[in-house]
Design a protein around this ligand. Sequence first.
Ligand SMILES: NC(=O)c1ccc[n+]([C@@H]2O[C@H](COP(=O)([O-])OP(=O)(O)OC[C@H]3O[C@@H](n4cnc5c(N)ncnc54)[C@H](OP(=O)(O)O)[C@@H]3O)[C@@H](O)[C@H]2O)c1
Length: 314
Amino acid sequence: MMNEAPLHVVTGAFGYTGRALTERLLSDGVRVRTLTNSPLRAHPFGDRVEVHPLALGDAERLTASLRGADVLFNTYWVRFNHRLFNFEQAVANTKALFSAAQGAGVRRVVHVSVLRADEADDLGYYRGKHALEAALRASGLSHAIVRPAVLFGRGDILINNIAWTLRRMPFAGVFGDGRYGVRPLHVDEMAEVMIDAAGRAENVMIDAVGPERFQYPQLLTALAEILGLRRRLVRVPKRVGWLVGRALGPFIGDVILTWEEILALTRGLLDCDSPATGAIRLTDWAREHRDTLGVRYAGEIPRRIHRSAAYEAL
Ligand SMILES: NC(=O)c1ccc[n+]([C@@H]2O[C@H](COP(=O)([O-])OP(=O)(O)OC[C@H]3O[C@@H](n4cnc5c(N)ncnc54)[C@H](OP(=O)(O)O)[C@@H]3O)[C@@H](O)[C@H]2O)c1
């Protein structure tokens, strides 16, 4: 029989993590189908990816689009509550996706969560992630939960926008006392972790973190140095930092940073002691990409509104 390579389904193959993952899967010779909210989004895959709508409100259609899949890789999530989307819907939608995977007989689910998902139920983002980890565990599906803290590499938002701010401001703001860490992982290595997790038999939970560990002020200093900038670090109360970001948001046309994101960062939720799951150092990568890093602002809201443009064009 022809064309019997296993079929892998990726939610959001034209997004950030989904795209890096899809590049890897295609180069491994597997068939990829994406379930996407943005079927018209520009992408580099030509006709090598089968495109289905992410029909989260239609259980039958969703199940049909998962039938025949060996693995479901789920990257779908929303970053914050907004008039167009929210965590509650994202949790319900993801549970519907898990049920559909079960109904379709998918062998393995690789689900992207977040580092320390079970440690901050007072934050909507974390509460939702925690609930989904529990739902997947309870589902009986064979699964892997992959927990990144911060990802970097082409098209990322956080590291790029820190660099963007450094390029434009005479000083760099440190929220609170700055005594909290960050473990960034390259997005291609995130894809490798996910593919490796798909191939394992047992249910696993993996902290997806890179080889470098920065205290936040150290991260700012390292990036400024790489960009050839001298920037004074200024401590800013968390609330003030958030209010400044909120005031600037409308001028940039984005939600720059949410209050929850500032709390997660300053509570140290982006840090852990787990061994590195990748070898690419942010500092090496940033040096290689110093001419482009942070030159353009990367917006979350534009990605949600302009659904036919590639992320890097927004
Ligand atoms: N990026 C990071 O640094 C980071 C850090 C920790 C955890 N994570 C987790 O990693 C996963 C992937 O993140 P990512 O940064 O790669 O995200 P992404 O590509 O921007 O989004 C993942 C997919 O979710 C869909 N999506 C995102 N926001 C949506 C919204 N508001 N409404 C409807 N659909 C939406 C998009 O679908 P379409 O493109 O099909 O519209 C997208 O393909 C998420 O679970 C995230 O929580 C990421």
